[in-house]
Design a protein around this ligand. Structure first.
Ligand SMILES: O=C(O)C(=O)C[C@]1(C(=O)O)C=C[C@@H](O)C=C1
Length: 384
């Protein structure tokens, strides 16, 4: 085959890909129109039955075209997730016209190339508007910017599938005058990044934020006596690696490329599935539609009595509320006292949730609602 033929084939592929994009954009516009029907008829945004039928039909048609079922399923699950999350975000925007403006000033940890920036871009890609990014040096600065009204939103990492909960953020939420209004999950792919032409065996020092160090601990320990230096954020780790000979940083491949570092090793995390969940905070709470999956997060201090935690948790069960997270944290200045962070699949506007919260007062010293927000974790329908 000649190079001319190759170029002709590639140009055919380019054309097909552009047509696919035009069709995807058209599909999304139609999906927004379907939302209008759902708003008018008070129907849940997600219709899993419809998704099931759609996927089964597509898999069967795809087979007749020689395309395998897993491939079709993967492609269309991504399309459906995009459709559902975009409809939900638009519904939320319509419901909160005074809170959601067309400019989003967002405070997050680090700067260009940080995982927080990637999560921020993902969250706001479904919320059109002008994005004003405000890189911060620590988590306190993020909540402060929001409290003072200098930022509309703050983005805070709250947990990671490899390294667990981020205690610093839980502790900050005990006192910060902010409300959780959203969440976003980002897949983290840690790579070792170094100046061009650096070999792994030449690395004498690694720069990273404490979280990536924790998530890649097995890889880092395996390097023997290489020095480790913790940094305030992944962006500052990248800058340090850039300016230090025979060093490397842990970060995403894209972040490395943006600053001129090369990937010298991929897949560093202890677990192959490495996802981080971020919360989005704002000064004012948001109203959440009862047509979308919703989480409510709260802090509670139980009474210092036998069984009071068990009694408190029973309240959720009795009101058919699913609890998806429970974390305990010490109270600063009060040794051996604990507060509990709870995530519920619940909308605070629902009467059963209101009743449960009222009843919870009998078993607790105090309860504080941290926020009620759209849940973005979407379980794919199972077609196999
Ligand atoms: O058919 C609908 O009800 C839609 O909202 C469209 C759509 C889709 O994108 O195909 C999106 C969400 C639903 O869960 C099912 C299907």
């Amino acid at each position: 085959m000649t190079e001319n033929t190759l170029n002709a084939l590639r140009s055919d592929i380019n054309e097909i890909d552009s047509e696919l994009l035009i069709l995807l954009a058209k599909r999304r516009r139609i999906s927004f129109s379907v939302l209008e029907y759902k708003i008018a008829n008070q129907k849940p945004v997600r219709d899993e039955h419809r998704e099931q039928i759609l996927l089964e039909k597509l898999i069967s048609y795809g087979k007749s075209l020689g395309l395998d079922a897993f491939y079709i399923n993967n492609v269309f699950q991504t399309i459906l997730e995009d459709s559902v999350l975009n409809q939900q975000a638009l519904l939320q925007k319509n419901l909160n016209p005074d809170t959601v403006s067309d400019t989003h000033r967002v405070a997050y940890l680090g700067g260009p190339g940080s995982y927080s920036q990637l999560a921020c871009h993902k969250y706001f890609s479904r919320r059109p508007g002008k994005l004003v990014e405000m890189g911060c040096q620590n988590f306190e600065q993020i909540t402060e910017q929001v409290e003072k009204g200098q930022a509309d939103y703050g983005l805070l990492p709250i947990e990671n599938t490899s390294s667990g909960s981020i205690n610093e953020v839980f502790d900050l939420l005990q006192h910060a005058q902010v409300s959780i209004i959203g969440e976003v999950t980002h897949t983290v792919e840690h790579c070792l990044l170094a100046n061009p032409d650096t070999q792994l065996k030449e690395i004498q020092k690694i720069f990273a934020h404490p979280q990536p160090f924790a998530q890649c601990s097995k890889f880092v320990q395996g390097l023997g006596d290489v020095l480790h230096e913790t940094c305030d954020s992944t962006s500052s780790a990248l800058q340090s690696a850039l300016n230090t000979p025979n060093s490397a940083a842990i970060g995403s491949a894209q972040a490395g490329k943006d600053v001129g570092l090369e990937v010298i090793k991929t897949a560093l995390a202890n677990q192959t599935e490495n996802h981080s969940r971020f919360i989005v905070v704002a000064r004012k709470a948001m109203q959440v539609s009862n047509q979308i999956p919703t989480k409510t997060s709260l802090i509670m201090a139980t009474k210092q009595q036998v069984g009071s935690l068990a009694d408190a948790l029973m309240v959720f069960k009795q009101h058919s509320i699913n609890m998806v997270k429970l974390e305990s944290r010490p109270v600063p200045g009060n040794p051996w006292e604990e507060v509990f962070y709870v995530d519920l699949i619940a909308n605070i506007a629902m009467p059963n949730v209101q009743n449960a919260l009222e009843e919870l007062k009998d078993h607790t010293q105090y309860v504080r609602i941290l926020g009620c927000y759209q849940s973005e974790s979407m379980q794919a329908v199972d077609v196999f």
